[in-house]
Design a binder for this molecule. Structure first.
Ligand SMILES: [Zn+2]
Length: 193
């Protein structure tokens, strides 16, 4: 485990020695790309390297599973901000093999929550308030299906310009191999340069 104090100690040295200099860039993605991917630790450096991306090349949005689960949730909002305010021109949803969200089970999480002190009555209250914990905490069975579903939601979002291609890919967290699930150029109206 890394402690906050050791992070801060490293940080002081990092700044003092001007180690930030190779990373300096702007907030506008040079490659005009916005990526939605998974928070999996194996992808932290592997994903940009495997796609040939450096600091400053792309906006990268991450969550558990690279899932766009709601048309008016924070991931979709981030995509729209990237497109309208930050000059992104293409969207790429990148799921991965061996994802923890594959087969994620709501009962397992809720049991662990109860073991760690969350009371049953709290769960009942949430259910009575209309929170569907079972659905919310359930992952996907097929990463290809999940990526295709997210691509579809983004591509058909009423606020996304028609000319923006939305690609769907699956990456191997071991080798970085990318498989194409959806080629966004094929679905975009009028093609893309
Ligand atoms: Zn994952």
């Amino acid at each position: 485990m890394v402690s906050l104090s050791s992070i801060l100690e490293h940080n002081q040295q990092f700044v003092q020695e001007r180690k930030y200099e190779p990373y300096q860039t702007t907030k506008f993605p040079k490659k005009k790309l916005v990526i939605v991917s998974c928070m999996d630790t194996r992808l932290t450096e592997l994903l940009p390297q495997a796609k040939g991306l450096r600091n400053g090349d792309a906006k990268i949005i991450k969550n558990a599973g690279a899932i766009v689960s709601h048309p008016f949730g924070s991931v979709m909002r981030s995509i729209l901000v990237a497109v309208y305010e930050l000059e992104a021109e293409e969207v790429c949803i990148v799921g991965h093999r061996e994802c923890g969200m594959s087969g994620l089970n709501a009962a397992s999480i809720l049991n662990k929550a109860k073991d760690r002190g969350v009371e049953e009555k709290c769960l009942s209250l949430l259910e009575h308030a209309g929170v569907d914990l079972e659905t919310w905490l359930t992952g996907f069975h097929s990463v290809e299906e999940s990526v295709a579903h997210s691509v579809n939601m983004v591509r058909h979002h009423p606020l996304l310009p028609e000319e923006v291609p939305v690609h769907g890919l699956v990456i191997d967290p071991g080798t970085g191999t990318l498989d194409v699930v959806v080629d966004g150029y094929e679905t975009v109206k009028g093609g893309c340069s």
